[in-house]
Write a protein that binds this ligand. Sequence first.
Ligand code: MV4
Length: 509
Amino acid sequence: MSNRKISKILIANRGEIAVRIIRGCRESGITAVAVYSEADVLALHVRFADEAYEIGPAPSRESYLNQEKIIDAAKKSGADAVHPGYGFLAENPEFAQRVQQAGIIFIGPPPEAMRLMGDKTAARQRMLEVGVPVVPGTDEALKDEQEAVAIAQEVGFPVLLKAAAGGGGKGMRVVEEKDGVVSAFRAAKSEAESAFGDGRIYVEKYLKGPRHIEFQILADSHGNVIHLGERECSIQRRHQKIIEEAPSCVLTDDLRQEMGEAAVKAAKACGYENAGTIEFMLDKQNFYFLEMNTRLQVEHPVTEMVTGLDLVKEQIRIAAGEKLPYKQRDIKISGHAIECRIYAEDPRNNFLPSTGRITHLVPAAGPGIRDDNGFCAGSEVSVYYDPLLAKLIAWGRDRKEAIMRMRRALREYQVYGVETSIPFCQMVMQHEGFVSGEFDTHFVEQEFLHRPDLLDCMGELPEKEAAILAATIFHHQNQDRNRPVALEPGSNKKISSWKLIGREQCLGK
Ligand code: MV4
C-alpha cells in the first residue's frame, strides 16, 4: 500500500478520548477537527481542537452515532482521515466503509477484519483454524433448544450461553445443569435479539474464576504484526472495567511469550491492521481466546507507560501507510503502570450515575502521574453519555511503587459537584487482595458488593482542605458574612460535618 499524507484528522468522538486523540494529532503536527453535539458546545475537546463542527442534538443517536453528519463534517473540513476513538462508531464496519468510500482514511482496521471479529462464532472458528486456543464449546450458533441441551451436555456443566453478536457480557447466561438450559437459551436469545437484532447463541464451557488478560497489538499495512505486552483488567464490575495494569503480576516470561505469539497469530488470521487488542481468559496456566477489540481501548495508557510508545501517533502513522519502525525484540517493558477510571458514579449508592456541573476540579499531578481527562471545572456531566470523566495513570519502577503513587494521586484528586469512583479506587489500592495480586474477575462482587462499609473511610477531605474549600465557596457566593456556608449537597461524609460554617470559622483556621 502506498503512503498517504495525513495532515488533518476529524475525531468522531467526545470526552477524554477525543482530547487524547487531539493531543496525539497536535504532537504529530496534524490539524485536529472536533465534532460536537448541542450538549457539548463548551466541552474540552471542542476547545482543544483547531476546528469544530456541530453534528446535532444531545442524544448520541442524533449526533455521535449519526454517520451522515460526521462524514459531511469530515468532507466540509477537508480532513484526510477520521479517528473514531472507542465506543460510538469505532467498531462499526459500515461506518469504516462509508468513510473510505468518501475517499477518507479510516484510522482503524479494515472493515472485513472488524466484521469477522464482531461475529464471535466466526472469530472462534478462525482461531481454531490457526491454532489459537479457545474455550471448549460450539463452533456454530445453536439451531434450537434441543441442540442447546445436547451440546451443553457434551461440553459438560457449568456452561455459558453467549450471543454471537455480543461481547462485553450482554446476552450471557450461566447454566449449572441440564434442567436450566432451555429457559436460559430462550432468555439469552431474546436478550440478544433486542440488543443486537441478532439472536444467534453459542455455548462455551464456563470458567469459574478466570483472570482477564489482554494483549495490545500493532499491525502495519505491510504485514508486520507485533504485540506490546499485556494488560490485566480483572478489576471490573458488571463488565465495566475500573482498574487496569501492565504488566500482569501472574504471567511468567514464558507464558507472556506464548500468549503474545498467540495474539499476533490471531491478528494475522483476520488480516488485521492498526492498533487492536486480543482478550484472553487465564485459568491457572491455561489461556483461551475470548474476543478481539478492533479499536484503541480505554486502558491503552498503561501500555504506553510501560513501552514508551504513543499509541495514537502509532495509529496515525500506520493509517498513513508507514512501516512499523521496530521489531518485536525492540519492545521492552519497563516498570509497572496502573490506571484508575474516574467515573461520575456514586460507589456509595450502587454506582448510580451522578450528573450535574463539576464545580471544582483539581487533578493529580507530580512524579509518575498522568491524567487523561475530558472535563474541567464548569463542565456539565450529562445523562446522555458515558460517565467516564478521566483516567488516572500511575507509573512506578515496580508494582509497589505504582500502587503507592496511585494512592498518593487519588488522595490529591478533587472533584466536586458530582460523586466519583475515586473512593472506590482508593479502597482497592488499600485492599490486601489487590496489593498481593491475588484476585480474579469476581473481585468486586466478592470483596466489595457485600461490604460497602469498606468505603467508609475513603475519599474524605482532610479538615483543613474542607475549610479552604468552604471559604472559597463562601467567597464566590459573596453572601452575608454571618450566613452559614452550605457545601454541595451529596458531598462525602467528612465534608458534611462542615456543612454549616461561618466565614470566621473558615478563614484563618
Ligand atoms: C466467559 C467467562 C467464563 N467462561 N466465558 C464476560 C464478558 C464477555 N466478553 C465474556 N465474559 C466472560 N466469558 C467462559 N467460557 C467469564 C466471563 C466474564 C468476564 C470475562 C472477562 C472479564 C470480566 C468478566 C466478568 C464476568 C464474566
